[in-house]
Design a binder for this molecule. Structure first.
Ligand code: HEM
Length: 903
């Protein structure tokens, strides 16, 4: 079926019907991209990255069939932009040319009809096939490019992506601006030959100016094409490369003097050594080139990179793509969209693994359903060939409906024709086998190829592997008469594994604290976590980008943001979902520690001082927009100089001469969410002692990412305040009374951390129980060994006692005022937090022992355990280090010791 659909008939829709990306530049824009080769999708990607969609969706429609064409007309009539990547005439022949939409009685006069062809639309090559290299050739630009004997193409970057895709996207943006003024759409015409010439304007114009570097010399002998020795790439001692680009005499001087110093003193080219003032003496260039070529070979690349780092010598290492990805703040292998637009820093959606594999027709059902096309109509259209949709599990077209016997499967046991059965499902891995991350040989093993490989599979993969779309579609049917028995995560449901849920959620147990309402509430939050939060958390923890605005908006709509601050006046008038403990514990289940903190934990600890100690005017301005997820806040207390020791802080705030503003100077470190915060609740040293002030991002406030052991998704920042200003009205609490502001905050912060820690210990218990049951060692399941069971006993006891103590303290909190809590519970909470985090570390260590090598591997079976173990120390430090808290607890107790007590 797939093959019947030629490229010209497939449609990619980069647009979503119900999106609400208010903060992104192209929010709500619906783009229809007819599937083509690289440049069209790139133009679509640029639009999608800026808000036109959450990633692309694919619908497969055949426009040559009656119903298909009608559908297309409808879709395009509702679109803002259409991207046509076909040769001239194709769209017209399909009856979908620009006139149909933009003409006199056109169907969509606001449509921006972007067309992209290789050769100029009117020229002599217009009907010919071609590729990047041909467009480059015809543009004249290829003749300028370096390469021995003949020019070499610089992959397909210039014509396809710069001259084609990028130009096309720019044309669309220009047309959108124009539409904003006139209300009318128009045709945007891009061809890659002219586009290439345009992006090459400067070199091409340079050729016309006799004195320019482009006009001097032949290809390969010019300033920027490898001719100049000081603008070149050299191979270093370790075989890696370094780039040199010091064109300006001042930069060259810096470079050459340092270089000559770095090579052995007796090194020369037959007695010749370069000098700083002979840079442009072309007669010396061959000698200079040889000098640099041999000179760079004395040392490895990174030696040179370090030597010139931070200087103006313009010498930088040629990084591999992997190294370059690491340098990116997000350390993402997927390039982050560019340019960044300050209105929404980092608020784009980086495609996850799923959207890297877009299959024609993957979203046909979703998109047509959005148009109101019913199942019966879709079925009919599929029958006539007007549409193609990918099978869905529960549709009659699902592979579930195709049945095979194990004997039939066994016939497909060779390279190129390889099937296997896993958990009563049949997979055709013929095409996948060469890409299998575990290698080809394991799949060709006689015990596996054509066989029921369930046991082999589950001892090496997490069940969720088969749920990823790119693997799910390998399934071609089921084994007749057999039923799947393996359950991985059942979205929204409680786990059946013992101790995987707190007792109040387990059937047959009772609780003095929780009611049916709480259970209902838990169910609602779990659904949100499993369906929306978990998938995004897994992607973003890896790619390091922050929580999406879509999730923030959803949490705002559910009033989750407001609820996370616990009971109080701020909840008045909001649609309430009860139970902060429940909420916090469920959110922890997103299973991604950095992302979890990125999920506005800055608000959880940074906003209460505003709520409880801010002026009415300040609260009215700040609180609603933070709850609505429009602005972000963080708590900025700790410094490189002082962490748990609040009185040792060095950031100062002094009043301006007119007494109206605070002027703040100093630095803050490890500020969760700081990198994307608009507000900072800052602890400052003032004349009267310690004062907390709300500072808004503005002049004098800079934030930098700190690379910690968890994901940059948390936005952990180093903040500098250089004469930053805040109105005196932004003071939280009394001047000099900061310690009281913080004390009431500490209880809340620590208690929240206990909720998270107790819940994640439980998740580790679940992982270990499952793994020790399915993993065989020495011929028996791991859990048949007493040492393993003993470790499990410790883990379970710790998780249960943390939860029980937490529930008891929470009950006390519910029945005490903040003031009473400060007196009676600060010590209890401090002890609990220290207990939670120390037991968490013990549990993490034991879990790694149980998982073995997998427990230190970031992908595969042990990935949660690896993640947990790597990030568990955060809790033990944030909100007060363990020893400090324990001591605080004892000191609090000593304070209330009866003076007259004797043994
Ligand atoms: C539809 C079938 C299969 C799919 C989609 C699949 C997919 C994968 C993936 C994604 C990985 C990377 C590890 C991870 O991230 O979890 C992997 C690893 C591996 N696979 Fe498969 N696999 C399949 C079948 C099998 C079978 C039947 C075997 C039989 C022995 C096998 C043996 C392995 C091995 C040995 C590894 C390396 C495990 C490690 O590094 O610990 N795979 N596979």
């Amino acid at each position: 079926m797939v093959q019947e659909y030629g490229a010209a008939n497939r449609i990619i829709i980069a647009g979503h019907f119900n999106l609400n990306f208010l903060l992104m530049a192209l929010a709500g824009l619906k783009v229809i991209e007819f599937a083509g080769l690289a440049p069209g999708p790139f133009a679509g990607l640029i639009l999608a990255d800026n808000g036109a969609s959450v990633g692309k969706k694919s619908v497969a429609i055949n426009p040559k069939i009656e119903g298909g064409k009608a559908l297309l007309l409808r879709l395009i009539s509702e679109a803002d932009v259409l991207i046509d990547p076909y040769r001239p005439g194709v769209m017209e022949r399909l009856g979908l040319g620009p006139d149909v939409f933009l003409g006199k009685s056109g169907l969509n006069k606001r449509l921006i009809y972007a067309r992209m062809v290789g050769f100029p639309r009117e020229g002599p090559h217009k009907d010919m096939a071609g590729h990047d290299i041909n467009y480059l050739a015809l543009s004249g630009v290829l003749s300028l490019l370096p390469g021995q004997d003949k020019p070499q193409p610089p992959i397909n970057i210039v014509a396809d992506f710069a001259g084609g895709g990028l130009s096309c996207a720019m044309g669309i943006l220009l047309a959108l601006i124009d539409r904003g003024k006139t209300g009318r759409g128009q045709v945007v015409d891009t061809n890659m030959v002219s586009g290439t010439r345009y992006v090459s304007s400067f070199p091409l114009l340079g050729l016309l100016v006799p004195s320019s570097s482009m006009a001097m010399g032949e290809r390969g002998s010019r300033l920027l094409d490898g001719g100049a020795p000081f603008y070149n790439v050299y191979t270093c001692g370790d075989g890696r490369w370094i780039s040199v680009g010091c064109i300006e005499p001042a930069f060259y001087k810096l470079f050459i003097e340092q270089f000559v110093n770095a090579v052995p003193t007796d090194f020369s080219i037959s007695g010749w050594r370069p000098t700083a003032d002979e840079q442009y003496n072309q007669d010396d260039w061959p000698k200079l080139k040889e000098y640099l070529t041999r000179g760079f070979a004395f040392q490895p690349r990174d030696y040179w990179a370090k030597l010139f780092h931070g200087t103006d010598a313009c010498v930088l290492p040629v990084l591999s793509t992997e190294e370059a990805a690491q340098l990116d703040a997000s350390a993402s292998s997927f390039p982050v969209p560019h340019p960044r637009i300050s209105a929404g820093p980092g608020r784009w959606v980086v495609p996850g693994e799923d959207s890297l594999y877009l299959e024609a027709g993957q979203h046909t059902v979703e998109i047509l359903a959005g148009l109101g096309v019913g199942e019966a109509q879709m079925e009919e259209m599929e029958r006539t060939g007007a549409i193609r949709r990918l099978p869905l599990d529960d549709s009659p077209f699902s592979p579930m409906s195709k049945q095979f016997t194990l004997e039939e499967v066994a016939k497909h046991n060779k390279p190129g024709d390889l099937w296997l059965a896993i958990d009563a499902k049949v997979y055709d891995v013929s095409k996948f086998m060469n890409m299998h991350p575990g290698g080809l040989s394991v799949l060709l093993d006689p015990e596996v190829s054509g066989q029921d490989a369930t046991e082999a599979f589950f001892s090496l993969h997490r069940a969720e592997v088969l749920e990823r779309p790119q693997y799910k579609r390998l399934q071609i049917g089921v084994i007749a008469g057999e039923e799947s028995t393996i359950v991985s995560r059942v979205t929204g449901e409680l786990s059946k594994v013992p101790y995987a849920e707190p007792t109040w959620l387990v059937e047959g147990y009772h609780s003095p604290y929780f009611t049916e309402n709480h259970r209902q509430f838990q169910k609602a939050v779990r659904k949100f976590v499993d369906e929306d939060l978990y998938p995004e958390a897994q992607i973003k923890e890896e790619d390091g980008t922050r929580v999406s605005q879509e999730i923030v908006d959803k949490m705002a709509a559910l009033n989750i943001n407001a609820m996370r601050l616990g009971p109080g006046k701020h909840l008045h008038g909001l649609t309430l979902m009860n139970g902060l403990l429940v909420l916090t514990q469920e959110l922890t289940r997103c299973g991604a520690r950095g992302y979890g903190d990125g999920l506005l934990s800055g608000m959880v600890i940074g906003l209460p001082p505003v709520l409880n100690f801010g002026s009415e005017e300040l609260k009215a301005r700040v609180v609603p927009e933070v709850f609505q997820g429009k602005k972000f806040i963080s708590l900025a207390i700790s410094e490189a100089h002082a962490g748990s020791d609040v009185m040792g802080l060095q950031t100062t705030a002094v009043k301006s001469e007119d007494g109206k503003e605070w002027i703040i100077n100093g630095t803050k470190k490890w500020i969760t969410n700081g990198h994307f915060s608009d507000y900072f609740t800052v602890g400052c040293k003032t004349e009267d002692g310690f004062t907390v002030i709300l500072v808004e991002r503005g002049p004098g406030v800079e934030t930098k990412h700190i690379k910690t052991s968890y994901s940059p998704s948390a936005g952990t920042a180093y903040i500098t305040f250089d004469n930053a200003r805040a109105p005196v009205g932004n003071t939280l609490g009394e001047e000099g009374g900061g310690i009281f502001v913080m004390l009431s905050n500490f209880n809340h912060e620590r208690w929240v951390m206990c909720c998270g820690s107790a819940r994640s210990q439980r998740s580790v218990v679940e992982e270990c129980l499952k793994w020790s049951a399915q993993r065989k060692a020495f011929g028996k399941p791991l859990n048949s060994m007493a040492v393993i069971r003993s470790k499990m006993a410790g883990m379970i006891s710790r998780a249960e006692s943390a939860q029980a103590w937490l529930e008891s303290i929470t009950y006390q909190m519910c029945n005490m005022s903040y003031k009473q809590q400060a007196g009676k519970l600060a010590g209890q909470i401090a002890f609990l937090k220290a207990y939670c985090t120390s037991s968490a570390q013990e549990t993490a260590r034991d879990a790694v022992q149980i998982f073995g090598g997998r427990g230190i591997t970031r992908t595969g079976m042990g990935r949660y355990i690896e993640h947990y173990h790597r990030t568990v120390a955060f809790d033990a430090l944030l909100g007060g280090a363990e020893d400090v808290l324990r001591d605080l607890g004892v000191r609090q107790a000593l304070r209330v010791m009866p003076k007259d007590s004797r043994l």
